[in-house]
Design a protein around this ligand. Structure first.
Ligand SMILES: Nc1ncnc2c1ncn2[C@@H]1O[C@H](COP(=O)(O)OP(=O)(O)OP(=O)(O)O)[C@@H](O)[C@H]1O
Length: 348
């Protein structure tokens, strides 16, 4: 079942200033500068936000209605403003697990990206309480994508197309600001309506400027790109690129189309499903097509093989999705499509 796995923790270092592309771990100078600008803008925003933190206990200001979700780092509550009654989502990060800097970082990344229609809107309110840090965003009340993916089936095709288009647009927006999202998975995609028409990306705790040096600190998951599993090009790690998100988007779309992960981890020596995929990727021959891919149509093959190219420089950008939206992504549409059609009518 797709989801419920978490990627690596960062082993970060500042980006190199070497002018040779080789010395930049494969990044061009322009790419490196884009990441450095994003890092500087975030630092400024964090300094300002630290000065305007509200110091109060959450229940003095907001009334808890119900939990909306729980992650490894924090919990998210539906609350209402005590005076105005406005419903809000409050993400609360316990102090023992989150530094002030870590909190400000996630808060400011969310604030800087929240104007996009497929990214959860952040309100510029950060709260420091005795035992936690919190910030407020718009509440999205239909849960996350995990609840909508039917095991062994996936999502109805029209919903997959909409989700793909909206997530690609959100990721393109993030990449254009010099950032890499790094945590694409169903739990971080919020669903705005029961017919799956609108989606919003949330959780910017792992987002980092392009060129940040990272090493895999835990076991890889299906969404982990293979370049992060390989020995890093620089001693401090891999300079991260938007291609990491393109990979994760390819894996997520496979899950939405089939209800399965394509593999457990992108390691040919340890995962036969990934090994079979690499053989097919290299040959392009129909006879090498792995069994889990049988139900996909030619447009989905072309899209996913581009997003899941093992070489990050050859991998398609997330926006490649646009070229493939008008065509079917599954070979045969069955029960799931019928359910989708009914839900769509109901949602109109
Ligand atoms: N604005 C929101 N509206 C509704 N539900 C939300 C909202 N934000 C988050 N959630 C729910 O809360 C869950 C946990 O939130 P989030 O991913 O931000 O926490 P986390 O601790 O950073 O998670 P992770 O372990 O993935 O890093 C999400 O999977 C989602 O179901």
């Amino acid at each position: 079942m797709p989801g419920k796995q978490s990627e690596e923790g960062p082993a970060e270092a500042g980006a190199s200033e070497d002018s040779e592309e080789e010395g930049l771990g494969g990044l061009t100078l322009e790419e490196l500068q884009q990441g450095q600008e994003a890092a500087r803008a975030l630092e400024d925003m964090m300094t300002l936000s630290a000065q305007t933190l509200v110091r109060a206990e959450v229940d003095e200001l907001y009334e808890e209605v119900r939990p909306l979700g729980q992650g490894c780092y924090g919990r998210v509550l539906l609350v209402t403003h005590r005076q105005k009654g406005t419903p809000l989502a409050l993400k609360q990060l316990p102090k023992p697990r989150t530094s002030l800097r870590g909190f400000l970082y996630e808060f400011c990344v969310g604030l800087s990206l929240g104007a996009h229609s497929a990214i959860v809107t952040a309100y510029g309110i950060g709260i420091e309480s005795a035992h936690s840090y919190s910030f407020l965003t718009e509440p999205v009340l239909h849960g996350d994508l995990m609840a909508f993916i039917q095991p062994k089936v996936g999502l109805p095709q029209p919903a997959v197309h909409r989700c793909a288009a909206q997530l690609a647009s959100a990721l393109e927006y993030i990449h254009a600001r010099g950032l890499v999202y790094r945590d694409l998975k169903p739990e971080n995609v919020l669903v705005c309506d029961p017919a799956c028409r609108r989606f919003k990306l949330t959780d910017f705790g792992h987002t980092r400027p392009r060129g940040t040096l990272l090493r895999l600190a835990g076991p890889p998951i299906p969404y982990t790109a293979p370049e992060l599993c390989a020995p890093p090009p620089l001693p401090e790690g891999l300079p991260i690129q938007p291609a990491l998100d393109a990979w994760a988007l390819g894996v997520l779309l496979f899950c939405l189309l089939t209800g399965y992960f394509p593999w457990d981890r992108p390691l040919a020596e340890a995962d036969p499903f990934y090994e079979d995929f690499l053989i097919w990727q290299a040959s392009g021959q129909p006879r090498d097509r792995p069994q889990p891919w049988f139900g996909l149509a030619a447009a989905a093959d072309a899209l996913l093989r581009g997003l899941l190219d093992p070489h990050p420089r050859r991998r398609s950008a997330v926006i490649a999705i646009r070229e493939h939206l008008g065509r079917p992504w599954r070979q045969r549409e069955g029960e799931a499509e019928a359910v989708g059609a009914v839900e769509e009518e109901a949602g109109q």
